[in-house]
Design a protein around this ligand. Structure first.
Ligand code: SAH
Ligand code: SF4
Ligand code: F3S
Length: 453
């Protein structure tokens, strides 16, 4: 392989010029993190990185398969590349990530998008240099969706696209098989990284000035289950909290079936951990939760929320909700709305159910109409808008800790508070990349405004 890597390096840098790659990751933070590893591999063989797609010698779309909409978007973008490839026959086009891990995608690309040069799935990430070799030497489409293995690419150094706010995967894959979800099929079984590897990465990021670290896993609450060492997620959080440095820590996602009091206590006790929990509800109906294979009830979910609120009365929660799971009735939806009103989330990410081939729910008959689903979504969004605007008022007069990362124009800058709420303030560009205390003076239904002290 090393020889092939050298050959690829020679071929792409022919004439001494640095070839450029453009990579875009869709989907979740885990996928964005994989994209950073792919950039690491590419830079290692001699590519430079560009954000201008027309200047690129290699274009890679790192795709998501979680809903049909995500897939359609990629097909449309790949379709648009046909003309670019005509003008620039040397251009190499690659498709990778969760969508590319599926046989049906490989078939479709072979049949309808023959100008795509490389297709590689999440199991074959580290094979990219080998695939480039095939394309450059043999000049034909190279496909590898890999054999599932329990290994993961521990030795690839990511090229981080955001140094302020970095992602650190603590585990890969998922064992939960929620009946609607494609993730376990395209990411394989759950496996945890060793705590020493996670801690070394966090230390290095903290030392290099990173201010926020997001720990990633499809269910961080089962961290450690595949390790010989006896360690759970709360213990990992405590060890990370003990690392010296001026940074804060978030994590996602946390499965309600495995959320414990110990986890809530750890969040509250550790000063570097943000006091916010993203706890995906999906549905408030026990009947639908069972059909979804979520393994908790609305009551168990509320126990976690109530425990957190017994320790911090306005503890911040956000959630994911699926509307229109097969045969969700008006009553089931009312159960979801009941929980939404009880919890008073600071933020909700809601999705209309999308049938995913190969999952258990794909075989379920569904009699609920699209109109009904859209009406439920509208109702959820309206109620949540009211809840957020009511919720956010509680911060007026309080001082929040904000990591500024965005210039909104007209002298207004914004960032996220520990509670994961957008906070805006008048400032100058020196505020970007710094953590500031902000006294809140005004609230909207989507953000807060205040003065930096
Ligand atoms: N592992 C994470 C979520 C991964 S997918 C967790 O369990 O929370 C992110 C979100 O997409 C899910 O929480 C769910 O709300 C949504 N989702 C997953 N599959 C979906 C589907 N088939 N249709 C609609 N939404 C879906
Ligand atoms: Fe999908 Fe469920 Fe796994 Fe999350 S926990 S990735 S929703 S199967
Ligand atoms: Fe993430 Fe989408 Fe894959 S949500 S794990 S990129 S299917």
């Amino acid at each position: 392989m090393t020889d092939n890597k050298e050959t690829v390096r020679k071929l792409i840098t022919n004439g001494g010029k640095t070839p450029l790659c453009f990579l875009h990751s869709f989907g979740c933070r885990q996928n964005v993190s994989d994209g950073e590893k792919i950039l690491g591999l590419l830079c290692d063989i001699g590519y430079g990185v560009t954000e201008d797609i027309t200047a690129a010698d290699l274009i890679i779309y790192n795709t998501c398969a979680v809903r049909e909409g995500a897939e359609l978007k990629v097909y449309s973008l790949v379709g648009n590349l046909k003309n670019l490839k005509k003008k620039k026959p040397e251009l190499i086009i690659g498709l990778c990530g969760c969508m590319a891990q599926q046989e049906k995608t490989v078939e479709k690309i072979k049949k309808s998008y023959p100008y795509v040069d490389i297709v590689f799935g999440t199991f074959a990430l580290e094979k990219l240099p080998e695939l480039l070799y095939k394309v450059l030497i043999e000049r034909k489409q190279a496909v590898d969706i890999g054999e599932y293995s329990t290994e993961f690419p521990e030795d690839i150094r990511p090229v981080r696209t955001d140094r302020l706010n970095a992602s650190v995967p603590i585990m890969y894959g998922c064992n939960n098989f929620c009946s609607y979800c494609i993730v376990p099929y395209v990411r394989g079984r759950e496996r945890s990284r060793r705590p020493e590897a996670v801690i070394a990465e966090v230390k290095e990021l903290a030392d290099s000035g990173c201010k926020e670290i997001m720990l990633l896993g499809q269910n961080v609450n089962s961290y450690g289950n595949t390790l010989d060492e006896k360690i759970n997620f709360s213990e990992l959080l405590r060890r990370i909290n003990d690392i010296d440095g001026d940074f804060r820590v978030r994590f996602m996602s946390s499965h309600p079936k495995d959320a414990t009091k110990e986890l809530i206590d750890t969040i509250i006790d550790c000063d570097k951990i943000c006091k916010h929990l993203h706890l995906p509800l999906q549905s408030g109906s026990d009947r639908i939760l069972a059909a979804m294979n979520r393994k908790y009830t609305a009551e168990k979910y509320m126990e976690t929320v109530n425990y957190a609120r017994s320790r911090i009365p306005d503890f911040s929660f956000s959630t994911d909700i699926i509307i229109g799971f097969p045969n969700e009735t008006a009553e089931d939806f009312a159960d979801t709305m009941k929980i939404v009103r009880q919890v008073k989330y600071d933020n909700i990410f809601s999705f209309i159910y999308s049938k995913r081939t190969g999952t258990r729910a794909a075989g379920m008959e569904d009699l609920t109409s699209d109109e009904e689903k859209k009406a439920r979504m509208k109702e959820l969004l309206e109620v949540q808008r009211e809840i957020s605007s009511g919720n956010f008022k509680r911060f007026i007069g309080r001082t929040l800790t904000v990591l500024f990362d965005s210039d909104d124009g007209d002298g207004i800058f914004s960032g996220k508070s520990d509670e994961f709420i957008i906070v805006r303030a008048e400032a100058d560009s020196s505020v970007i990349g710094t953590v500031r205390k902000v006294r809140i003076t005004k609230s909207f239904n989507w953000a807060l405004q205040g003065e930096i002290i």
